[in-house]
Structures are given as structure tokens and as C-alpha cells.
Design a protein around this ligand. Structure first.
Ligand code: SIN
Length: 371
């Protein structure tokens, strides 16, 4: 089990974050919770198998609910972990959406902050040929896809004010809303509405700072999180940073649901790790679709690009309900929303913010950063 020494003025969460963030030497991972039967900290959860029909689950790439392995973790009521419930081949579809479709306009991404709308209009088209040639030509220059850190969907999260605004929204992707609907139904949240999404793109040296997702106006709805690609350590803490977090391993296809008493817990991703299965990609991600039509989920040529990207990457999609059912935004929100759509700079993934975090100066930030 890994141990770390508390530095002066450092909170308990930060201490563990620093421990697992460390590269040399890597922390001992024996205390990291793996979601499989036999760990005394886990309680297997029987989901109501008829909450979602096999047909509806299948339409978004999920196995029939009776085949899912879901767990509660002792000490974290409201937290649910579902071990990769995707059918073979379907992770291709979701990865392709995250790389090819969701970064397109009118969705917003980190590159919009310092690039013209024309240059960020279609990251896939401007990157895929370069990515394909990259290995053969040993080019070091990063493609725009490799520079992508986050994409926001639906109500676009404002990283500066940490708020959502009525006027700053675009249509939430229908397929992701359907996937979210299925998962929320399966977990007992029939009223869940997918209104905002944050997609995080990690590479092997990325981390996500300690934070709480509290900007949504409705905390009675769950937060859904979907992971694809390389593995990661997820730290789940308490309502204060003085609570030492539990390290958990997340692999490709895993889904986490934070609800109820766990909805507002501190969490972070200190480290991305190579998946444990050997080979370039996790077997569940590289598994071909079990369909006669290879183009149905992701064409072979699109998958070739995704595969190149995912061998060094992890993608996480979080989906949130922002407003309570029938609720609306406070009035002041409109003005900021208008301002932002006029192209103001409003994001702060920057060294300064990260340095503040390193020194424990900020209460919470949520940025995917590189070393
Ligand atoms: C993750 O990448 O698993 C966590 C994303 C988040 O907390 O927003």
C-alpha cells in the first residue's frame, strides 16, 4: 500500500494526489481499488434488469442490464461503478464521436480560446492525415487533435466563472443523450436530462486537478462519467479536502455515477496508466464490432486514426443535468451568456492556475494539464 508524507499546510487529498501523480518512482498501486469480485470494500449491486429493454440498451451499444457488473463502495453512498457494460465494437463508436464529431462547431473546445473559428472548425479533417503519417515520418509537431484538452456540449461550462449560462448553449448530441438516458434509467434516475457535457482528453502525462462538480444548479441529479482508452487512477474523497481519498482504477468502458451523498465529493485524476492487458489498446476497446457491417459503428479508416490516437490517450465524457426539472437560470446569467457567444476569452487552463493548484492555493479547479 502506498504511503505519503503530509507537507506543511498540505491537505490530505493533495497529499494522496501528489503521491499518485509522482513519476519517479511510480507509487505502489497495490492499494488502488480494482472493481472485481472479492474486494471487501465493494458491494455488488443488482440493477433492476427491466429498467431498460435489451433493445434500448443495444441501440446505444450497451449489453443487456442483467449482464452488467455494478458496485457500491463502502463509505460512499450514492457512488456507483459499472464495469465496462459496452458490447464489443461499440467503444469504437463513442471514441470516434469524441474525436471526429463532438469537437466540431457549435461545440466549444480549448483551442477556441486562442485560434480562429475557421482553424478549429474541423479538428479531425485537419489532423487525420498528419496523424497517420506521424509515426512513419517521426514528426514531433502535434496535430490539433493531440492539442485538444476539452470539449463542452449542451450548456457550455464557463471555466472562468464556473457557471453555465442560458444563452451559451448548443444542441446536446442526441446519441450521447440516449446513452445517458439508458444509464440513468438503469441506475434509478428516470428523470435525468442530459443538458451539459464535458469531454476531457488525456495523454500519458496528463492529470485532472482536485475539484467538486458543483456548478450545476440541480445536485439531486447524478453525474455520469464514461471512460475510454488507457487506464487511470481516480481519487474519490469527501466533502472537504481534509478527507483522504480512495484511489480507484478506471479502465476503458467503465462508467461511474456520482449521486446523492456522493454527488459533491472532491475527486481528481492524478495519473494515466497503460492499460493492463498487453497490446497497444485494451482488448475491450480493440475488439471488432460483432456486426456484418464494419461501417456501422466506425469505418475502418476512421478507426485507424482513432487507434493511433488512443494508444497514448484516455477520453472521459461526463454528462450532467444543469437545471432542476422545470427550473430556469437566474436572470444575471443571460448577460454573460451573450458576451461569451460574442467570442470573449473565458477559459483559464493556464500555468498560473495550475501553479496555484500545485501550491494548494485554489479551492478547486478542473483542468486537464500536461507535465
Ligand atoms: C475523469 O476523467 O475520470 C474525471 C472527469 C471529471 O471529474 O470531470
Amino acid at each position: 500500500m502506498a504511503t505519503a508524507v503530509l507537507e506543511q499546510g498540505e491537505d490530505a487529498f493533495r497529499k494522496i494526489f501528489r503521491l499518485y501523480r509522482r513519476k519517479n518512482p511510480l507509487a505502489d498501486l497495490s492499494g488502488v481499488l480494482e472493481f472485481r469480485p472479492g474486494d471487501s470494500r465493494l458491494r455488488s449491486v443488482a440493477l433492476s434488469a427491466d429498467a431498460v429493454s435489451d433493445q434500448d440498451a443495444g441501440r446505444v451499444g450497451l449489453q443487456p442490464l442483467r449482464q452488467w457488473s455494478a458496485y457500491h463502495v463502502d463509505g460512499y453512498p450514492g457512488f456507483l461503478f459499472i464495469v465496462n457494460p459496452f458490447m464489443p465494437g461499440w467503444q469504437h463508436h463513442w471514441v470516434r464521436q469524441c474525436l471526429k464529431l463532438y469537437p466540431q462547431k457549435p461545440n466549444v473546445c480549448n483551442l477556441d480560446l486562442h485560434m480562429s473559428p475557421d482553424s478549429t472548425r474541423d479538428l479531425w479533417s485537419s489532423s487525420h492525415a498528419k496523424l497517420r503519417n506521424k509515426l512513419s515520418q517521426k514528426r514531433n509537431e502535434k496535430t490539433l487533435l493531440e492539442k485538444l484538452r476539452w470539449v463542452t456540449l449542451g450548456f457550455h461550462y464557463n471555466w472562468d466563472t464556473k457557471k453555465y449560462y442560458k444563452e451559451h448553449q448548443s444542441p446536446f448530441p442526441v446519441d450521447l443523450a440516449e446513452l445517458s438516458h439508458c444509464v440513468s434509467l438503469a441506475c434509478g434516475f428516470p428523470g435525468f436530462k442530459a443538458e451539459a457535457g464535458i469531454l476531457n482528453y488525456y495523454h500519458m502525462d496528463s492529470s485532472l486537478g482536485i475539484h467538486v462538480d458543483e456548478s450545476e444548479l440541480d445536485h439531486s441529479s447524478p453525474l455520469l462519467s464514461f471512460s475510454f482508452g488507457q487506464s487511470s487512477i481516480f481519487l474519490l474523497g469527501g466533502l472537504s479536502r481534509d478527507v483522504s481519498p480512495t484511489p480507484m482504477m478506471m479502465h476503458s468502458g467503465d462508467i461511474m455515477v456520482m449521486s446523492g451523498a456522493s454527488r459533491l465529493l472532491y475527486h481528481a485524476v492524478p495519473r494515466i496508466l497503460r492499460h493492463p492487458g498487453g497490446g497497444i489498446l485494451p482488448p475491450c476497446l480493440s475488439a471488432p464490432p460483432s456486426t456484418d457491417d464494419p461501417n456501422q459503428l466506425c469505418s475502418p479508416s476512421d478507426w485507424e486514426v482513432c487507434e493511433l490516437y488512443m494508444q497514448f490517450s484516455r477520453i472521459n465524457m461526463t454528462v450532467r443535468q444543469v437545471l432542476e426539472a422545470g427550473g430556469s437560470f437566474p436572470e444575471e446569467g443571460d448577460k454573460m451568456g451573450k458576451r461569451m457567444t460574442q467570442g470573449d476569452s473565458y477559459h483559464s487552463v493556464d500555468i498560473e492556475t495550475q501553479e496555484a493548484e500545485e501550491q494548494g492555493l485554489t479551492k478547486r479547479i478542473r483542468t486537464v494539464t500536461q507535465d
